[in-house]
Ligand binder design. Sequence first.
Ligand code: AMP
Ligand code: GLY
Length: 424
Amino acid sequence: MKILVVGSGGREHALAWKLAQSERVQTIFVAPGNGGTVQDPRLKNIALTDSVALADFVEKEQISLTVVGPEVPLAAGIVNVFRERGLKIFGPSKEAAQLESSKDFAKSFMQRHAIPTAEYKTFSDLAAAHEYIAQKGAPIVIKADGLAAGKGVVVAMSLEEAHGAVDMMLSDNKLGDAGARVVIEEFLAGEEASFIVMVDGKNILPLATSQDHKRLMDNDEGPNTGGMGAYSPAPIVTPQLHARVMREIIVPTVQGMAKDGIVFTGFLYAGLMIDDHGNPKTLEFNCRMGDPETQPIMARLKTDLVHVMEHAVNGTLDTVELEWDRRTAMGVVMAAAGYPDTPRKGDVITGIPPETPESVTFHAGTALADGKLTVTGGRVLCVVGLGDTVKLAQKHAYEVVEKIHFNGAQYRRDIGWRAMNKKH
Ligand code: AMP
Ligand code: GLY
């Protein structure tokens, strides 16, 4: 059979890599793909991004199943376009994707269905927003309502920063329409975890737990990024906490969406903040898998992903059991010079070793031209190491990272530190 993966990042490379391991697969198309997917003989890049053009391609090539990686095509309605034409696709409809594409939608949904989250208020009026901040004090969190490619959240530690963030979004329109409304919410302290499940409309299948590192530099310093590294499993998510998150957050979300008349299908990602007493609250929802969480999660998945996806689009996820590699997988992101603000393109990448049972390198912002692999975007590679302990997984990842070279490469040297502190 043929499969289409939509997207061009490390997440999509990892999904396509895992799907390609199925014996039932003939070709996996990746649209548009990157310099890693183009080098894998089982994968084929196609230079299409428009939903209608992709649906035409799927019909012409008789592709059985489409999996969507990023939020932008989901929020734009690619699933609606495919379903109208009777094509099988795994992801949420445009309406269901609002859980990610509108922070105000997600917050009012959580409030309506009593799902634990930070207290909040939504504003489009500048003066009212400033007044609310003055009344609540700092620290406080300002979020653009719409999709802002990771730039829409300001965790303001001071009042000055908070007022500045509101001005940036509501008055200077720095984020365009995405920032025309802002959610202002209570600051939550604690440790974050990524909780990702697959939903077929009714049944919920949790994936292995994971945690990522949002800040650019070691010790969680520097600016927020899309994620500088991630690992699976996340020791903070104990079996007890897992059960509680399912009961208090995930199940009420899936049932609440259905009650509201918007059936959710696709990957559902709850970004959690877990306080010192082990109580989880929802920071945000994503309607897709995480990047870079997908890379270590896929490296650990033993079950045939094609089989899982077929059940996911047919509404029979209740019959699927996932098998995981018991080892820890540690993904270290290598980013371009200047990332996250002004990533430099064009640097030549060398030294990527072939995959081994202990490591695999997924590409993101790369392209292959004239036999040369070059940097084309912010996050360039995600090197995943596997090992029986957190420490060993980390060692295997960094041994590979040190072999790879491109000018100005930025990477953290402490990916996995929280897991390391918990386990040893
Ligand atoms: P979000 O896109 O909503 O997950 O926000 C991006 C990052 O901002 C999160 O991963 C957290 O690190 C941080 N953040 C978001 N909301 C809060 C909050 N209410 N309290 C503290 N930190 C937050
Ligand atoms: N790694 C965070 C995200 O995918 O949103």
